[in-house]
Design a protein around this ligand. Structure first.
Ligand SMILES: C[S@@+](CC[C@H](N)C(=O)[O-])C[C@H]1O[C@@H](n2cnc3c(N)ncnc32)[C@H](O)[C@@H]1O
Length: 248
């Protein structure tokens, strides 16, 4: 009969426990649940007051910043990063979903948030075998882009319904990308410490340059490096997607 060594058993179960990724543990390494919660809350209050549908959200370059799921019933997170032990995918896995929901629950405004995650390189080409997000997801009410910069928010511009919204900060020029695409986006609000400001928007995106700024050139650059620095900066900005004229 094989002898059972309890010490050995203990050692192996300790190893197993360590290999399990605890969503809350990973989340707390980088974030707290109030990271940008004021912005999403102000947006939800404003949307409710004005009767805007703000139920679904897509968040490219999200890493594991799941705070939008405290507010939006459906959020699709997208990031290419794998990290240690592929912890990003494990963080969002269905296996870990009960712990993730338990972490959100005390502060959540949503009873059972629908959370999906795609581990996708948003700049990769479909012809190179990469997944096309447009084939996986329908257009959403809100696009969130925080410190992602470059092409990342642009890759998801078409994944917002006409009349939907873009919430972006400008730490790496995400909001500047929308400002530089006025055919698609109308600038309608700035998130300040005391909430969403929809008046006096002419005070934002003002530069000291005499030339007409191409704000898209700010993308990927921190405030001190950009060619078109603005005299007043908000925590984040709100845009509405222009409705395309209907075919006659
Ligand atoms: C600076 S982090 C910002 C994370 C989060 N939005 C926040 O505000 O804390 C930028 C994120 O974009 C992701 N990212 C960069 N290039 C990407 C790409 N081509 N496709 C998908 N995700 C990308 C990175 O993996 C990283 O997690």
């Amino acid at each position: 009969m094989a002898s059972r060594n309890p010490l050995k058993r203990k050692a192996s179960s300790k190893k197993e426990t360590k290999s399990i990724i605890q969503p809350e543990e990973w989340f707390n390494k980088t974030y707290s649940l109030d990271h940008y919660l004021d912005v999403f809350t102000a947006l939800a209050i404003w949307g409710e007051d004005l009767g805007h549908k703000l139920e679904s959200c897509i968040y490219p370059g999200s890493y594991i910043h799941v705070v939008p799921s405290l507010i939006f019933p459906e959020t699709v997170y997208v990031d290419m990063f794998k990290g240690k032990q592929n912890h990003v995918e494990k963080f969002f896995s269905l296996e870990n979903r009960p712990q993730l929901l338990k972490m959100l629950q005390p502060q959540s405004k949503v009873a059972a948030p629908n959370i999906r995650f795609h581990q996708v390189d948003l700049t990769a080409k479909e012809s190179d075998g990469s997944l096309s997000l447009a084939k996986l997801e329908q257009p959403k009410d809100v696009l969130v882009s925080l410190s992602a910069s470059g092409e990342i928010p642009i890759t998801c511009f078409d994944l917002v319904r006409d009349g939907g919204f873009f919430v972006g900060n400008d730490d790496f020029g995400d909001a500047s990308l929308a400002k530089g695409n006025p055919d698609m986006w109308t600038f309608i609000g700035a998130f300040e410490q005391d909430g969403l400001c929809t008046d006096n928007l002419a005070a934002y995106f003002v530069t000291s340059k005499s030339t007409t700024p191409d704000f898209t050139k700010n993308s990927g650059l921190s405030y001190s490096q950009r060619p078109f620095p603005c005299t007043k900066n908000a925590k984040a900005y709100l845009y509405q997607k222009n409705c395309l004229p209907q075919d006659q």
